[in-house]
Design a protein around this ligand. Structure first.
Ligand code: ADP
Ligand code: MG
Ligand code: MG
Length: 876
């Protein structure tokens, strides 16, 4: 079996075998680009390594040795040859790029003898020892497990005694000293000499890369990104080229387009006289790629051409790593670049216009799940801002939170539901969990391609990098900017789009859609075959939904209208009423208010259907909390000058609250059960709807109310409620002399409703799947308890593939939907079907709805664009 491939043997479609990095190095080699030669040990070898009990089998070892011999032959150098040593990098690379997750070792092959050979050959002692110390540090960190922090300490000490700030200011002698102190450190830490035999170095390095597949940060990354654990990583062994040979050398990273905005311009950074990770590590702040034009005009031109070629070859924006050695350009990596949602949309639309890809491809390029970044709120331009510092706008979006200085605290507070902003000098893969928990990230060092920037963009979080004005004191847990001191726990806000760091909490406003975003959504509308509606309870949300392209309202909850401050007393009066008569008096006061609500919404949605759900929650939700009330009453009773009338009122209220308390409110007196026992409540709502409809109709406004009865479990419930609605409709038509259209339907949110959908359909014009409740009742989970107590663990330990409240459980809850669809339509072929749970805005759930013949999905107004795109993707 073939486990090892020379670069020239592979190509871009071999990512499964060669990993992303290896496949693309092979592809670039085939394209004739200047790639330092090398070979790739395939992912099969990694899986075989684990199968064999973490050893490299003889068969694989032989193939590696053979490839190495071929490489030595090709470049005319030998590993370990003191006169002219072959030096290589050992680079991990899995199928899916996992930035910074696995470690790369550079300059492998150096030892006390070969370093002198390198020095003589290059005529540059300083360079040779710089390479050697880097190698010792990387190898010791990755392979021998000596923390890089120890090495950095030594380096800092040497720099301090020499009185220099930058690594580049150190001379050959200084590096020699660093090297000998490094070796001493390794001896002390590992009780062994630093391995001098290059062959041993290589074997150990390969072994370590395989092992790094299972290190903790790789596992966390895979979990977050849903990458299977059994893919394994490939290992790339590649001839070294050197960017640290002097001022005619350098290293850089660039994107073919701006990964933050999508603008079609080269975007990236480089450092002169530097190696490998220096750019990303944020040790020195690099120069923008545009400056390369002045420093190395020829190289810049060549790089631009290659970038363009790579983009046309891959038909996607590329993220490219390169090195210049003594005026010659080498390509070290290319991959499809990670980008913000804004950039993803712009690049996809631009590439259609440039003729690179089709509209369908463009639609598939954008992951609907990341679009909420674009629908996120921005800082209100009218707000008073106190800008304390400005850094690089590394990832757009605005966020406010309290400052924390380490990932663990961010993680802890984040899980407690606090909003935090993680502030660090720079971030490393060890900080991932803190970045996940934070609203946004700020670093004082590093550029647009630093770890923090790349990871934040991937997560869609606002991030500001290289904010050098911040002086962060990790020990004192505070940051100083000029004369201001910000302590842990203080509020700050960040604007990742401009790089501004702001004091305090800042008001955020709704987003607007870019021209490209609108274009993409128009293409989506052309091909999708399922409607998208919105859940909205007030005219403002309805208008927003419409602006975002909603084709109606799928769920208008009426209970929120009862919660308005000026209405609560009337609603309470209605609930506290002892007799129907008293209740009707209160309801009569509510009627014109409800009518006004409906007029607002129906006219905002002129010409489009509006599904209005009658009152759903248990009545006690409108009353004060029992315990709080008790405390209040006790205080009143104890204070001598309390008004006895007030005390009696509170006592009555307390009795009622107690009477309405339920053991299990979710399964209690709510939904149509309220309508069955207090028909006057539903009657009032229905009259309000129909009076609104009649009134608007008279004004020439086209309205389409759809009355929805919640929580039906038996057809008789719906039959009785339907009679009530029809009777009131007729009354209103008579009283106003105005005819109007309406339909009556029900939520399917209880398993029994789905099971008896054939019966229920006889009384329904439409079904709307209320998948929030349907998920609760199907699993027997109460959502509030489940999410707080055990669901998190279920998902983490893969008991459940996803949180079923976010991603529709297709095999369980979904089966009920399918059943209801079939039973319902077998009785009534034209039965209209929709979904109004939160799943209506989630990609995989939308696809499920489309495949199962639903007419529409309905989601929150801000998810409407996401749903439009996902609905289009479902048809592709
Ligand atoms: P990552 O997956 O973290 O990006 P890489 O394997 O790409 O790690 O290596 C990181 C950096 O090391 C590269 O961007 C490049 O600058 C440097 N590097 C890797 N291999 C070589 C090589 N053969 N010659 C010179 N530099 C190299
Ligand atoms: Mg890389
Ligand atoms: Mg419900």
């Amino acid at each position: 079996k073939k486990y090892v491939y020379m670069f020239k043997e592979g190509h871009a479609d071999m990512k499964d075998v060669l990993g992303g990095k290896g496949a693309n190095l092979a592809e670039m080699t085939r394209a004739g680009l200047p790639v330092p030669p090398g070979f790739t040990i395939a992912t099969d070898a990694c899986r075989e390594f684990y199968r064999a009990g973490e050893t490299v089998t003889t068969e694989i070892q032989q193939q590696i040795d053979q490839a190495l011999a071929e490489l030595e032959e090709k470049v005319g150098k030998k590993l370990g040859d003191p006169a002219d040593p072959l030096l290589v990098s050992v680079r991990s690379g899995a199928k899916f790029s996992m930035p910074g997750m696995m470690d790369t070792i550079l300059n492998l092959g150096l030892n006390d003898a070969t370093v002198q050979g390198l020095a003589e050959l290059s005529g540059n002692d300083r360079f040779a020892y710089d390479c050697y110390r880097r190698f010792i540090q990387m190898f010791s960190d990755v392979v021998l497990g000596v923390d890089h922090y120890h090495f950095e300490n030594i380096l800092d000490q040497v720099k301090e005694t020499r009185g220099v700030k930058l690594d580049t200011d150190l001379q050959a002698e200084d590096w020699k000293e660093v090297v000998s102190r490094y070796k001493e450190l390794v001896r002390k830490e590992t009780r062994a000499e630093f391995p001098q035999d290059p062959k041993v170095q290589l074997d150990k390095a390969v072994h370590a890369v395989f092992k790094s597949w299972n290190n903790q940060r790789a596992q966390v990354y895979r979990r977050i990104n849903k990458i299977p654990d059994d893919l394994g990583t490939a290992v790339n062994i590649q001839i070294m080229v050197f960017g640290n040979l002097g001022d005619d050398s350098g290293t850089g990273v660039a994107f073919t387009r701006n990964p933050s905005t999508g603008e079609n311009e080269l975007y990236g950074e480089f450092l002169i006289n530097a190696q490998g990770e220096d750019v990303v590590a944020g040790i020195r702040t690099p120069q923008p790629i545009s400056a390369l034009k002045d420093v190395m005009p020829g190289i810049y031109q060549q790089f631009k051409e290659i970038a363009h070629r790579l983009e046309s070859r891959y038909k996607d924006m590329q993220d490219i790593e390169f090195t210049v050695e003594r005026g010659k350009l080498y390509m070290l990596q290319t991959r499809n670049g990670k980008r913000t949602a804004q950039a993803a949309v712009k690049v996809a639309v631009d590439m259609v216009k440039e003729g690179l890809i089709s509209k369908e491809e463009a639609l598939l390029r954008v992951d609907p799940n990341i679009l909420d970044q674009l629908l996120f709120r921005r800082i209100d331009p009218a707000a008073q801002l106190e800008v304390v510092a400005k850094g690089l706008p590394a990832s757009p979006g605005a966020a406010s939170g309290i400052v924390v200085f380490d990932a663990d605290t961010a993680d802890k507070l984040g899980h407690e539901g606090k909003k935090v902003i993680l502030v660090r000098p720079e971030t490393t893969p060890e900080d991932i969990h803190g970045m996940v928990a934070a609203q946004g990230i700020v670093t004082s060092r590093g550029g647009m391609t630093s770890h923090a920037a790349v990871v934040a963009r991937g997560m869609g979080k606002p991030c500001i990098c290289g904010c050098e004005a911040l002086r962060i004191d990790l020990r004192a847990k505070q940051v100083t900017v000029e004369d201001k001191v910000i302590k842990e726990g203080d509020w700050i806000s960040i604007d990742g789009g401009t790089g501004r760091v702001l004091l305090g909490e800042v008001p955020l406003i709704d987003p607007v859609l870019s021209a490209e975003f609108k274009q993409l959504l128009d293409w989506a509308d052309e091909i999708r075959k399922i409607d998208v509606r919105a859940n909205a309870d007030n005219p403002e949300d309805a208008a927003k939904a419409r602006e975002f392209g909603a084709q109606g309202i799928g769920l208008c909850r009426t209970e929120h209208m009862f919660m308005a401050l000026d209405r609560v007393p009337i609603v309470q009066e209605m609930i506290l009423a002892e007799t129907e008569e008293e209740r009707r008096i209160a309801l009569d006061k509510l009627l014109p208010m409800q009518q006004g609500d409906f007029e607002g919404i129906l006219s905002a949605m002129e010409g489009l259907p509006v599904t209005i759900r009658l009152l759903d929650p248990p009545l006690h939700e409108f009353l004060p909390n029992f315990e709080e009330l008790l405390v209040e009453l006790t205080k009143l009773r104890m204070s001598p000058d309390s008004d006895p009338v007030l005390i009696r009122e509170k006592e009555a209220l307390l009795r009622k609250v107690r009477a309405l308390q339920e053991f299990n409110p979710m399964l209690g007196h709510r939904g149509c059960r309220l309508g069955m026992t207090f028909p006057e409540i539903y009657e009032m709502q229905v009259v309000a709807i129909f009076r609104a409809a009649a009134n608007l109709k008279q004004k020439g406004i086209d309205v389409h109310p759809e009355v929805m009865i919640p929580l039906v479990g038996h057809v008789n419930e719906l039959r009785i409620m339907r009679e009530l609605v029809v009777e009131k409709a007729n009354e209103v038509m008579e009283e106003t002399g105005q005819a109007f259209e309406y339909t009556i339907g029900t939520m399917i949110e209880i398993p029994r409703a789905a099971l008896t959908a054939g019966e229920i359909a006889t009384e329904a014009d439409f079904f709307s799947f209320g998948t929030n409740d349907l998920t609760q009742t199907t699993f027997g989970f109460s959502r509030d308890d489940a999410e707080g107590k055990f669901l998190h663990q279920y998902v983490q330990h893969k008991v459940l593939p996803d949180n079923p409240f976010i991603v529709l459980d297709q095999s369980g809850v979904g089966k009920l939907i399918q059943m209801a669809e079939q039973l319902g339509r077998s009785v009534k072929p034209g039965l209209k079907l929709g979904i109004c749970g939160e799943h209506g805005g989630e990609k995989s759930s939308i696809e499920f709805c489309y495949k199962n013949g639903l007419n529409y999905v309905s989601c929150s107004p801000f998810r409407v664009p996401i749903a439009r795109l996902a609905a289009a993707q479902a048809t592709l």
